[in-house]
Design a protein around this ligand. Structure first.
Ligand SMILES: [Fe+2]
Ligand SMILES: [Fe+2]
Length: 474
């Protein structure tokens, strides 16, 4: 670089991206760049799949929610990498190809981790930091001007990865005991060996590449569709309180309805449990299908968190409410993935009607609880997006809108909520928990409970026909 050249009045040159020296470096060729991006893309896709596959069967609520978020962040990273790769003279893109057999084993092993503790350690202390480091190397090696669009995508991706890593560090510190860590050590070392054999995650380190044997992934992996919950959900088969019937009963005031809506929001954790099963069990759709479905999955986990925050703000322990999993359990074990999607669509069509999300927002407004009003405002906005996702990916498979709704109705009607059987088998007593919860909320607010609200008793045995479409999470 000649010393004499400088920008006009010493303004930052090159849009402020970098200096002339940095912009003149050799960097990576398009071919080298794409080869690395494709490996990052593969890693992101596998991480998305691993997070999604654990949401249903992971019992710990905080992990279920974090996996929902991290699946979504991975889906966004994958989308940005696909967009960038497609700009780089690459058709056919070959994005479904596995870039290296050892990379495949690496992620198969993490997916097959035998315990939550081992999975957490492998995800958050191996794979995610490894991907972030490989992206950092790309940023160091590439020409920052010529390859600017890649650098921008990678910087955003690294921010998301850092967020996951930070969560993971604390999760591992809280859940993984020292003896568990040392027991897992040989397998964690083995993961490093697979990566070495793959030439590193970015494939730039020389390797002798002799195929290494599998460990946990020797047995074919199977998705577990049965939802599980931790000990704060002591009665997950309980169907004693029909939240919708209470909400749409004009004789009750808005204020106790807000408490019921916080319950309804928190109960929505069953939607990620169900949607994860659709995503995992529906192969070979276009990537945008998985991206959109994962966005909705994360929104539903976020709605559950809004309910959790609502309880925290009221000072009421949500364990007084029996947050059940009967909906996700029944759908996941009785319907095909398309039938599950049909039910979701049918319910969400109902939520867009007059009785749905607008009504919930109006109740929240009337209740004088600004937090509930805020949450319902966003919940409603999210629902409009979900209706669009339903139209794009479910309705498009049906002949017309009427048939799509009718099919969803039929699928929902054939789901057996085996109320009596669960009770006979001793899984639940269907205890009416509402009076205790309501009384506790009144005690916190230092107000007298309303007798009529206290005596509310409508179980899911009685579902009013006009509430059928909304008698579930959404
Ligand atoms: Fe929702
Ligand atoms: Fe929704």
């Amino acid at each position: 670089m000649t010393q004499s050249y400088s920008s006009y009045r010493n303004l930052p040159p090159l849009g402020g991206i970098c200096s002339f020296e940095e912009a003149a470096k050799k960097g990576l060729t398009v071919k080298e760049c794409v080869a690395r991006l494709k490996r990052f893309h593969y890693a992101g896709k596998r991480l998305h799949g691993i997070f999604t596959a654990q949401i249903t069967s992971e019992p710990i609520y905080e992990l279920k929610s974090a996996f929902s978020l991290h699946a979504y962040l991975c889906a966004e990273i994958v989308t940005s990498l696909r967009d960038r790769i497609s700009e780089m003279r690459e058709p056919p893109l070959g994005l479904d190809k596995i870039p290296d057999p050892h990379l495949e084993i690496y992620f198969d092993e993490i997916r097959s981790a035998p315990t939550t503790e081992e999975r957490l350690t492998a995800l958050y202390q191996k794979a995610i930091p490894e991907l972030s480091r490989a992206m950092a190397r790309h940023l160091e090696d590439t020409n920052p001007l010529a390859d600017y669009p890649s650098t921008r995508a990678l910087k955003f991706a690294r921010q998301d990865l850092l967020q996951m890593e930070n969560f993971g560090r604390e999760a591992v510190a809280s859940l993984v005991a020292e003896d568990c860590r040392s027991r897992a050590e040989p397998w964690l070392d083995r993961l490093d060996e697979y990566l070495q054999a793959a030439g590193g995650l970015d494939g730039i380190s020389p390797t002798e590449n002799t195929l290494k044997e599998r460990c946990h992934s020797r047995k074919p992996w199977r998705y577990d569709p049965r939802p599980r919950r931790d000990s704060r959900f002591p009665d997950p088969y309980n169907m004693a309180v029909n939240a919708e019937a209470f909400l749409y009963d004009d004789s009750f005031s808005a204020e106790p309805k807000t408490l019921m809506m916080f319950f309804k929001r928190l109960r929505e954790i069953d939607v990620p449990e169900m949607m994860a099963s659709i995503i995992v069990e529906t192969p070979d759709r276009s990537w945008l299908y998985y991206r959109d479905m994962t966005r909705q999955l994360w929104d539903e986990a976020r709605h559950a968190m809004m309910g959790e925050v609502g309880f925290a703000q009221l000072g009421v322990d949500w364990r007084h409410a029996m947050v059940n999993f009967t909906w996700s359990l029944a759908l996941n074990t009785q319907l095909t993935p398309l039938e599950r999607h049909a039910v979701l669509y049918f319910i969400e069509q109902g939520l867009m009607a007059k009785t749905g999300k607008r009504f919930e927002w109006e109740v929240a407004q009337a209740s004088g609880n600004p937090l509930s009003a805020l949450f319902q405002d966003y919940d409603w906005a999210d629902e409009v997006l979900h209706a669009r996702i339903g139209r794009d990916w479910y309705l498009s498979q049906m002949t017309d809108p009427q048939q799509a709704v009718a099919y969803g109705d039929r699928c929902w009607s054939k789901v057996l909520m085996d109320w009596e059987r669960w009770q006979k088998d001793g899984l639940t007593e269907h205890r009416n928990w509402w009076p205790d919860l309501y009384r506790e909320a009144c005690r916190r607010r230092q107000v007298e409970p309303d007798e009529a609200v206290l005596n509310y008793r409508v179980s899911y045995r009685e579902v009013r026909a006009d509430l059928k479409t909304i008698s579930a999470s959404g």
